[in-house]
Design a protein around this ligand. Structure first.
Ligand code: P6P
Length: 344
């Protein structure tokens, strides 16, 4: 039983001590982010009462209708982060291009990529939603961040995290020194350490996938999912399908309990596989977290974190969670693919 009261501020300072060269800039950046998440949490928890229900009528870069809370979350994170002097550039799932730091503010050495409110289609039905963030170091010369600074492989992330706005609001993040979870105590407005040193089980007994699309899956995915049904997992329990349709909520449950989340590309047109989830704002940050927690993350063919991005809103197939389950999936996926290669 963890009896110590550890705020996220204390945790950030303690972790900073592990980096002798640390200037405190990263700690301050993370602190600013937590302020934004507290503000968003307050609004998410009253969405049913506020005027946020319903659509703005506008659409984001992907043609998805914007919920007012999406816009609020996007702007809240920007306004919390644009003046701290720690960032050289930002990019958001809700914005078509890179987001420059206003010229009146000092620029810093970090890059922030974020999905302000993932799963927002669930807002009106009170299903858990989340925010996801990824932090990189600037790698180009000059003070202003560029597109190149954003298009770095996930292995270059210095930190990543998510907030799940559920029965409680939890912030889970890594600075590549393991994964820790903090629960917001709204009475005191503090994120308190509630899940230290999160490790995900090598095998789970949960698989999370939208079975409604099974006809569009590649044959490896179809064979893998079929193989789970009626089977016991190495955990000794029969596999169960759990799918909320909100990435952060599905990921968070599987991270804690073990399991595998899959969003394969649609192969409705076998010549043009069509993935849905975004590399920079969803796949990379969650992949860093799951690997830091002892799990695994891939497209089925390639480690997510090693993909070299080519565009801000690039989409990838995403299979991540318990390492044993993901490895088993990869064998099915690659076996079927090579089988296709053989018959071709
Ligand atoms: P589908 C929500 O819109 C989202 O981006 C993720 O949060 C979620 O995992 C996925 O899409 C659900 O997609 O096609 O199953 O509704």
């Amino acid at each position: 039983m963890n009896t110590r009261i550890v705020t996220i501020a204390r945790h950030l300072v303690d972790q900073e001590k592990n980096f002798p060269e640390a200037t405190g800039e990263f700690t301050s950046l993370m602190w600013d982010l937590t302020i934004a998440f507290k503000i968003i949490s307050k609004e998410v928890n009253r969405a049913g009462l506020a005027q946020y229900l319903g659509l703005t009528g506008e659409e984001n870069v992907h043609g998805e209708k914007l919920q007012k809370l999406d816009v609020f979350a996007h702007e809240t994170i920007f306004r919390a982060m644009d003046h701290g002097g720690h960032l050289c550039v930002m990019a958001s799932e809700e914005d078509p291009g890179i987001i420059a730091i206003p010229s009146k503010f000092k620029k810093g050495k970090y890059v922030l990529l974020y999905d302000p409110l993932d799963g927002s289609s669930n807002i009106d039905v009170n299903v858990s939603i989340g925010s996801i963030f990824s932090i990189l170091r600037k790698r180009t010369s000059g003070p202003d961040g560029t597109l190149d600074d954003c298009l770095q492989p996930g292995t270059e992330q210095v930190a990543a995290g998510y907030v799940v706005y559920g029965s409680s609001t939890m912030l889970v993040y890594t600075t590549c020194q393991g994964v820790n979870g903090f629960t917001l105590d709204p009475e005191i407005g503090e994120f308190l350490l509630s899940h230290p040193h999160i490790k995900t089980p090598e095998y789970g007994s949960i698989y999370s996938i939208n079975e409604g699309y099974s006809a569009e899956w590649d044959s490896g995915t179809q064979q893998y999912i079929h193989s789970l049904k009626g089977q016991k997992s190495p955990q000794g329990k029969a596999y169960s399908m759990r799918y909320i349709g909100s990435l952060v909520a599905d990921f968070h449950r599987n991270l804690l309990q073990g399991g595998i989340f899959l969003y394969p590309a649609s192969c409705k047109d076998p010549t043009k596989p069509k993935p849905k989830l975004r590399l920079l704002y969803e796949a990379n940050p969650l992949s860093l977290i799951v690997e830091q927690a002892g799990g695994r993350s891939s497209t089925g063919a390639q480690r997510i974190l090693e993909i070299v991005p080519t565009s801000l809103h690039q989409r990838v197939p995403l299979v991540l969670g318990s390492a044993g389950d993901v490895l088993t999936y990869e064998k099915f996926f690659q076996g079927a693919a090579s089988g296709i290669a053989r018959s071709a």
